[in-house]
Design a binder for this molecule. Structure first.
Ligand code: AMP
Length: 215
């Protein structure tokens, strides 16, 4: 089973590539951002603690993240998925070390770490236009993928998708997450995220050795 990490700043296309691998190749998609939003939607006190950080564009504490991901990783023992993608996790060195120590006893190791490389200007352009239909999770973009008129009244914008929050998230990415590039060394595959989506997908599939013969 391939175990991969998608590491990159917000808006770099990690979610899009994850959805493709999930739909077409049966990969399991584990996004800490989604897990955190689910907890916030439950309205628990933990969810409220998380919201204070997410709304500011700050990182949620390593303790909360590691506890949350621990349960999910344990469920991988029984999975028959062809692969697993960690999307947006790890984001700090402590999280990376914890992931290692959770996988080791299971006899699992990372296959590849994909680094989705994107400049701040492009991140701002992509995220500030992002709109979500909460009824089905469909994601639109005001300029690149405009919503149909009848959907427009339902659309929401993520609280952390406003320009000053996007810049703050980018700064945090540079400070907390960029050091992981060295940590992963040879396992790291850089992806130029200004390239067309299909081209990025092809690189990922070829790095994973995924083809209809061995998927
Ligand atoms: P995402 O959906 O991956 O863009 O994550 C949205 C927000 O959730 C981030 O800006 C952080 O506030 C929080 N978050 C997601 N994943 C992590 C993580 N691995 N560590 C800390 N905070 C996280």
């Amino acid at each position: 089973m391939n175990i991969v990490i998608f590491l990159g700043s917000a808006g770099s296309g990690k979610g899009t590539q994850s959805q493709y691998l999930k739909k077409e190749w049966g990969y399991r998609h584990i996004s800490t951002g989604d897990l955190l939003r689910e907890e916030m939607a439950r309205g628990s006190s933990l969810g409220e603690t998380i919201r204070l950080k997410v709304d500011q564009g700050d990182l949620v504490s390593d303790d909360i993240i590691i506890q949350m991901i621990d349960q999910t990783i344990q469920s991988l023992v029984a999975t028959n998925a062809k692969g697993v993608i960690f999307d947006g996790f790890p984001r700090t060195m402590d999280q990376a070390v914890s992931l290692q120590s959770l996988l080791e006893p299971m006899g699992r190791s990372l296959t590849k770490v994909f680094y989705f490389d994107l400049a701040l200007e492009e991140s701002l352009r992509r995220l500030s236009g992002r709109r979500i239909d909460p009824r089905d999770g469909q994601i639109y973009h005001e300029a690149f993928n405009p919503p149909p008129p009848e959907v427009r009244p339902h659309l929401t914008q993520r609280s952390d998708d406003f320009p000053e929050k996007i810049s703050h998230r980018y700064d945090i990415f540079l400070k907390e997450t960029m050091p992981l590039l060295d940590y992963y060394g040879k396992a790291l595959v850089p992806l130029d995220c200004s390239s067309p989506i299909d081209q990025i997908t092809s690189t990922i599939l070829s790095e994973l050795g995924v083809s209809s013969a061995n998927a």
